[in-house]
Design a protein around this ligand. Structure first.
Ligand code: FES
Ligand SMILES: [Fe+2]
Length: 371
């Protein structure tokens, strides 16, 4: 009997990974010269846009005595704390003024920083780079330069449409992520007459391979038990359709479907908000049915149904998880979930020991399950 035949006890520890980009807020929620609160990895943030429309993010606590900066005034360039009027540059967080100082007092306010974080905006979202926490009591400095650019939705032509949707999940980030990569819940949770019923369940076999900090379900012709793939093949006049699904730490799932010159892609993220809450954001891009005016609305409707089914399921699951039951993961259907935990562990080990991250998947693997 091989070691994979026994279920693995698994209790998600909900450890949150620092040193990565995270989606903070949908762009349309942050207006010019206004301040908006957000929360990422249990860090309260204030997010805004300067007079030129450039987004910024700061820890929502004044470095003086902790007043939320989101309670202060913003003139399009500087934030003024509402408690003692200290002023900070919105992008660098550098202190520009301490009104209580007299002319002969020598405190260098420019050495004081509010905790600014690197910010990027694209594909309808504001992304924030959440650095590793500094040593306790060290205070904030200039925002850290991120080692990599913020992730993007894959695109394959210059013209395309874009839509997003977002849903709060009352579970920790690990349950959010493994819920997303779990193939076996489909026939039970995602039933719809235009999609599939639980009676369409059948055996599937998929090829996986390791990629940096993650794994890929390799390109293949999608299974024919869903109507929309049949339709797509007909419409695109393509011989076959290839689908690639990647999962990459800390929380990125990208899916690309290509049929001839047509394509559809999405980048889904599961963002840790607090230890017990996460948020799923799906951004999709496509050049299929581009001229149809209801394209984005139809897509939002379809995706919205799926995400709502997942959200409702996780809401119920949260009830069951309240009192810390023992959990297990089984092969092969839960193997991606096991990989996720192993990747996370390998990443944290590498961080701690300073070495290269040891990839838990040694080579291509084929997984089988019924769904
Ligand atoms: S708490 Fe912000 S200026 Fe004092
Ligand atoms: Fe789902």
């Amino acid at each position: 009997m091989n070691s994979f035949a026994t279920p693995t006890r698994q209790t998600p520890d909900a450890a949150m990974l620092f040193g990565f980009w995270y989606r903070a807020l949908a762009s349309e929620r942050v207006r010019h010269n206004r301040l908006q609160k957000a929360m990422l990895l249990e860090i309260p943030l204030v997010i805004g846009r300067d007079a030129q429309g450039r987004a910024f993010a700061l820890r929502d606590a004044c470095p003086h005595r902790g007043m939320p900066l989101s309670c202060g005034l913003f003139d399009g360039q500087q934030l003024e704390c509402s408690y003692h009027g200290w002023k900070f540059d919105a992008h660098s967080g550098q202190c520009q003024l301490i009104p209580s100082l007299t002319a002969d007092q020598k405190l260098r306010e420019d050495r004081i920083y509010a905790g600014a974080m690197a910010c990027a905006e694209h594909d309808d979202y504001i992304w924030v780079f959440v650095p590793e926490p500094g040593p306790a009591g060290a205070g904030a400095t200039k925002p850290e330069e991120p080692p990599m650019p913020a992730p993007r939705v894959p695109t394959f032509s210059s013209a395309y449409k874009l839509a997003y949707l977002t849903a709060d999940m009352p579970v920790n980030v690990d349950h959010g992520i493994i819920g997303l990569m779990d193939p076996a819940h489909g026939p039970f949770v995602h039933q719809a007459w235009w999609w599939r019923s639980r009676h369409s369940i059948h055996e599937k076999q998929k090829a996986f391979e390791p990629i940096p900090k993650g794994f890929r379900m390799s390109a293949h012709t999608p299974s024919s038990n869903s109507a929309h793939y049949k339709l797509l093949r007909l419409y695109a006049d393509a011989e076959f359709i290839t689908t690639t699904i990647d999962f990459v730490l800390p929380n990125l799932r990208s899916e690309t479907i290509r049929a001839g010159k047509y394509w559809f892609s999405s980048l889904t993220t599961v963002t840790p908000i607090t230890r017990n809450r996460c948020r799923i954001d799906v951004v999709a891009a496509w050049n299929i049915f581009r001229w149809l005016p209801f394209g984005p609305r139809l897509l939002k409707f379809v995706f919205g149904k799926f995400v709502e089914q997942d959200r409702r399921t996780m809401e119920l699951q949260a009830e069951g998880l309240k009192h810390d039951p023992h959990l297990m993961l089984i092969d092969d259907a839960d193997r991606p979930a096991k990989w996720y935990f192993q990747l996370k562990q390998a990443y944290m080990d590498a961080r701690r020991n300073g070495g290269e991250m040891r990839h838990p998947i040694s080579g291509p693997v084929t997984l089988k399950w019924r769904s």
